[in-house]
Design a protein around this ligand. Structure first.
Ligand code: FES
Length: 138
């Protein structure tokens, strides 16, 4: 069953096939009118996200709490800067995560705020894996 566009806009869950997303690449999809970034992280990006001292972060949260166990290579975040709502750019900024050009917020490879005025990490939307290569958001 494929919901029509108006149903999707109203908030129906969406399914996303992850298989075309190469390691190191990101895609952007829309759910409830919001941009959602899906990043296929490299081992280096995962290691960077996990090597940080969590207590030193502005919004302390482990990488493990932000991804699904067994699917650590996939980061799924709402692409709306938590400062004033601009859309950050993926693979930009000093932490190889996301950079918001509006006022300079820098997020890491886990979508956690590291520098700049944004007060909190990029939000993780509700989602689940329905197979090894497919997620349902919402
Ligand atoms: S809206 Fe992103 S830094 Fe201000």
């Amino acid at each position: 069953m494929n919901p029509d566009a108006s149903t999707i806009a109203a908030g129906a869950p969406i399914e996303v096939d992850l298989s075309p997303i190469a390691e190191g690449q990101d895609i952007k999809v829309f759910w409830r009118g919001k941009p959602i970034y899906i990043s296929h992280r490299t081992k280096k990006q995962i290691d960077e996200a996990r090597s940080v001292n969590v207590a030193s972060l502005p919004d302390p949260q482990t990488d493990e709490a932000r991804v699904k166990s067994g699917h650590e290579q996939w980061l799924v975040v709402i692409g709306i800067c938590t400062h004033l709502g601009c859309i950050p750019i993926a693979h930009e900024g000093s932490y190889d995560g996301f950079f918001c050009p509006c006022h300079g917020s820098v997020y890491d490879t886990s979508g956690r705020i590291r520098q700049g005025p944004a007060p909190t990490n990029l939000a993780v939307p509700p989602y689940q894996f329905v197979s090894d290569t497919k997620i349902q958001i919402g």
